[in-house]
Design a protein around this ligand. Structure first.
Ligand SMILES: *Cc1c(COP(=O)(O)O)cnc(C)c1O
Length: 497
């Protein structure tokens, strides 16, 4: 043995030069503030040039790159080409806008890196999660006996809610025996406007999307209550097993809110699980002038919703509220030896709180609760009430602009924060108008003016905005309408010639 050889250097991922890392960190924070402060001065969206796209085919880096260089690469190739949803004139699909303090909370959560509420329960993150869930319950009008869990988003929350419905309503040990032991086909009910994450959840649960009855809607795009009652009765007569009614509080297409009181009553009378997808619309409960629209939401057995859309928190954070903690425990809890709870409240495994990590799909989970806790404290619940109401009022202002422009027409009633409309021109057929409106949507994006999306309503292609943007002011909608009309007229000229 050669005793002269040096002791090999032990590896760590901590910085070799802490002071250089501190300086870089300070620079990053300065850049973040500048970037967010000046967001309005940049285009709402822009193309990534080919040169940028091909940057991401570079080979696996085998050797270190100085952090400053990595950061510069981020500044050059990543930061300038986002989806654009933090911009004041981004209203496409249903996107949230985030906040500065929320971004800082993410940094703090990553710093603690607690793997929140996983196997170990007795730490501050559990208390923070418990508290924000309690606050959501209060804000949404749920009784204090309600349980809850933070999730990655409403898709995960819908899956958890529908999984609970199966476990609680199947009438046999569904958890153990699975769907193959079902004597009767299990049936779920929702309107045809329900979000795609609902059939997807049923597919993943092994129930299959053919178990979802997609019922017609009235002229407000709400589920047709008579059709729902009839479908449940027909299925029972046919020997199927109705399991769950799924209500929509804010549909993606039009922002419609089902009659949740009526749905709660049907579910109660017919002994079905009542799940509500309130991804963004649940938060109408905060808006003084609109909260009556979501009355009945507090009667849900399970409510799925997001914080990263209408509550403006940085991605990702969603939540599910469930009528009783016992349902969550019955449905999800598994306690292998290595996850045994402690004795009393001593040690890291002792806890007087739920083990959130044993409730949903995720065992190890990021500390999502922190950004919710810090954001709610920073702004206060009243501020969110005013902002949600402001977004609804702004959406109605936009609807008025559309209504008073001869070239535009509303395509659906404006209920919450969603506006659907289209450009029209005399003597141009629907087919040509569909193409024209698609082109308007693309032109707005390509010119960086604004980002809106499109959807199909009544067989027509229409322009679609879902407004969850705390940075928008009324003049942004004035500008949008000016551009839509100008682009529409330019494009319609040759079309009608
Ligand atoms: C966005 C959305 C979902 C899915 O939520 P994610 O957070 O994207 O997983 C479900 N339902 C509705 C109505 C939505 O708008």
């Amino acid at each position: 043995m050669n005793h002269e050889s040096p002791i090999p250097l032990e590896e760590t991922l901590d910085p070799m030069d802490w002071e250089a890392m501190r300086a870089l960190g300070h620079r990053m924070v300065d850049d973040v503030i500048d970037y967010l402060k000046t967001v309005r001065e940049r285009p709402a969206w822009r193309h990534a040039p080919d040169e940028v796209k091909s940057h991401f085919t570079a080979p696996l880096p085998r050797d270190p790159t100085p952090p400053e260089e990595v950061y510069n690469e981020f500044l050059e190739y990543v930061l300038p080409y986002p989806v654009g949803n933090i911009h004041p004139r981004f209203w496409g699909w249903v996107f949230g806008t985030g906040t500065v303090f929320g971004a800082f909370a993410e940094l703090l959560a990553a710093t603690m890196n607690v793997g929140a509420s996983g196997a170990l329960a007795y730490h501050s993150a559990s208390y923070v999660e418990k508290q924000v869930i309690d606050w959501f319950k209060e804000m949404l009008g749920f009784p204090t006996s309600t349980a809850g869990l933070l999730t990655s988003g409403c898709s995960a929350s819908n899956m958890i809610g529908l999984g609970l419905a199966c476990n609680m309503m199947a009438g046999y040990d569904f958890r153990r025996e699975g769907v193959s032991a079902a004597q009767k086909k299990m049936i779920f009910y929702a309107s045809q406007e329900i979000h795609s994450s609902v059939p997807k959840a049923l597919e993943l649960l092994g129930i299959g999307s053919s178990s979802l009855r997609l019922l017609p809607v009235n002229n407000q795009y709400q589920i047709d209550i008579n059709a729902l009652n009839a479908a449940i009765e027909r299925d029972r007569q046919d020997g199927d097993q109705p399991i769950c009614v799924i209500g929509a509080a804010g549909t993606t297409n039009t922002g419609a809110v089902d009659d949740l009181v009526a749905l709660a009553e049907i579910a109660e009378r017919k002994r079905l699980w009542f799940h509500v997808d309130g991804a963004f619309g649940a938060w109408a409960a905060l808006a003084p002038k609109s909260r009556h629209l979501v009355a009945g939401i507090e009667r849900a057995d399970s409510l799925a919703f997001d914080l990263h859309k209408w509550m403006y928190m940085p991605y990702d954070i969603g939540c599910i509220l469930v009528k009783s903690e016992e349902y969550l425990a019955k449905s999800f809890s598994v306690t292998p030896a290595y996850l045994e709870h402690g004795v009393g409240d001593r040690g890291l495994t002792g806890s007087d709180l739920p083990w959130f990590g044993t409730y949903g799909l995720q065992l190890s989970r990021g500390f999502r609760a922190l950004k919710a806790w810090m954001s709610l404290k920073q702004h206060g619940a009243n501020k969110y009430s005013r902002l949600i109401q402001q977004n609804i009022d702004q959406a109605h202002y936009l609807a008025q602009l559309v209504d008073s422009a001869a070239e535009l027409e509303l395509a659906a009633p404006v209920i919450l924060n969603v506006v659907c409309f289209r450009f029209t021109a005399p003597d141009v057929e629907d087919r040509a108008l569909n193409e024209l409106n698609k082109q308007i949507e693309i032109e707005l994006q390509e010119r960086g003016v604004a980002v809106i999306s499109g959807t199909s309503l009544g067989g027509n292609y229409v322009l679609h905005l879902a407004h969850c943007n705390h940075r928008t002011s009324l003049r942004d909608f004035d500008e949008l309408i000016r551009h839509v009309i100008r682009i529409g007229k330019d494009l319609a000229e040759p079309a009608s010639a």
